[in-house]
Design a protein. Structure first.
Length: 446
């Protein structure tokens, strides 16, 4: 991804959140327009004059000046944030109010307010998640559709309905209200989970790993943990999962951007600071009685982090955790991951049988690693012809050049009739278990 795209994506959520606090949540589109205008000015100015020393401050100042212009021109015809009242009507108070809301220490609170505003109770959780990813994280409709394995039209409808619900609200969410905070927290957690998943297991057509999305998810969950009501065992478990998984990122791709198989990753390149932080967060997540999918997935990540290699991994522990996850949150992705872990422990034939027994496997129709898993296991069984057919399907479903390169490599191995046993983890890393289910149902609660 172009560095400017990366930067603008990161800044969009901060600016839109702060400006919405000024304009009012019913003027979300106006806030987005002002931010887009600031971005356009940057794209026009920076190529000629060079990147400013502090591009974030430049964008903030540009958005601030544009916001002040809008407030002055439209304040007699437009109703802005009601909580600011007449403070926006007077030149004596207008600029100080805007500057206070755009101050660095207020931006974090604005983002947290926006996170929870996106989780309006009138909306289904899929619609809430789509809003978080679109408004706070700068996801396009296509990116959200890939992250949720859903249709473009369904995601577009969710976002439209979500923004309509926000437009009817009078205030951004008040994060000091415990009951409402608790009710909306699960959807916020899921949105951040999906953001990290899209970065780590990216369905982007350009690249298989998007580090900036992983870092953004980690940053947002850290903001959530800084709020007293957000500091729950479940949020700690989510943060632990992200940290332990992100520790593998330095070894996940080679210098050309190609995926490095888990078997071939140099674990000395795994980030020890991330591992240590993840284990600390996992310990904090165990302070309550609640057991969530995030706890189980973080525990799996810790097993991988503690192993010296795939052969030393405690696959029985991994399978036991997947069994618990299937009881708590059954899905085709969980079943596929469990089958691969069973193949690691009990052999490829058993793994194939487990994959063939997956219920609702049709929901994985577009997922390239479903046929790839069968191909790899058939390859291990010595059935190169069967493996080749499965890898052809996987290649047709590949979502980016890195995945295509990998599947082409596996097809070449089949053509060479190479009977050397391969590890099923030659292509696989644990997939996030809750990020796969398309939900194209109606988004209205009532």
């Amino acid at each position: 991804m172009d560095i400017n795209d990366h930067f603008f994506r990161r800044e969009a959520g901060r600016l839109v959140s702060a400006l919405t606090r000024i304009f009012g949540v019913h003027n979300l589109a106006l806030a987005e327009d002002v931010v887009q205008d600031a971005f356009c000015r940057a794209l026009e100015t920076w190529p000629m004059r060079g990147m400013p020393d502090n591009p974030s401050a430049w964008l903030m100042a540009t958005a601030r000046n544009r916001a002040l212009d809008v407030l002055r021109r439209q304040r007699t015809a437009t109703t802005f944030a009601p909580e600011l009242g007449r403070l926006l009507d007077s030149e004596w108070t207008l600029t100080p109010v805007v500057d206070d809301i755009l101050a660095a220490d207020a931006l974090q609170d604005s983002m947290l307010r926006m996170m929870f505003s996106c989780c309006h109770p009138r909306l289904s959780e899929p619609a809430q998640v789509a809003l978080i990813l679109n408004i706070l994280c700068g996801f396009s409709i296509d990116e959200i559709a890939r992250a949720c394995m859903s249709r473009h039209a369904a995601i577009e409808k969710r976002i439209q309905r979500g923004k309509s619900a926000l437009a009817e609200a009078k205030h951004l969410f008040d994060t000091a209200m415990p009951a409402d905070f608790t009710d909306r927290l699960p959807a916020v957690q899921r949105g951040l989970y999906l953001l990290f998943n899209e970065g780590y297991h990216g369905a982007s057509p350009e690249t298989s790993v998007r580090l900036e999305l992983c870092n953004e998810a980690i940053r947002l969950v850290a903001i959530l943990l800084q709020h007293p009501l957000g500091k729950t065992p479940t949020t700690y478990a989510l943060a632990a999962l992200m940290s332990l998984t992100a520790a593998r990122l330095p070894a996940r791709t080679d210098s050309s951007g190609n995926l490095v198989p888990l078997d071939d990753q140099d674990r000395s390149h795994w980030d020890p600071t991330r591992v240590s932080e993840g284990m600390r967060l996992l310990e904090l997540s165990a302070t309550g009685t609640e057991l969530t999918a995030y706890h189980l997935e973080a525990a799996m990540a810790s097993v991988h982090a503690m192993a010296r290699g795939t052969k030393d991994t405690d696959w029985s522990a991994i399978i036991e955790l997947y069994d618990q996850l299937m009881g708590l949150n059954p899905s085709p992705i969980v079943a596929l991951n469990r089958a691969i872990a069973i193949a690691q422990r009990d052999g490829p034939e058993r793994g194939i049988a487990e994959i063939q027994a997956i219920a609702d496997a049709d929901r994985l129709a577009a997922y390239p690693f479903y046929p790839a898993a069968l191909g790899e296991l058939e390859f291990r069984c010595g059935n190169q012809v069967g493996a080749y057919k499965h890898f052809e399907v996987a290649l047709a479903r590949a979502r980016n050049p890195m995945e295509r390169h990998f599947f082409e490599h596996r097809l070449a191995a089949c053509r060479a009739n190479n009977r050397q046993p391969a590890s099923v983890t030659a292509f696989w890393e644990p997939q996030f278990a809750s990020a796969q289910a398309p939900d194209d149902a109606e988004d209205d609660r009532g």
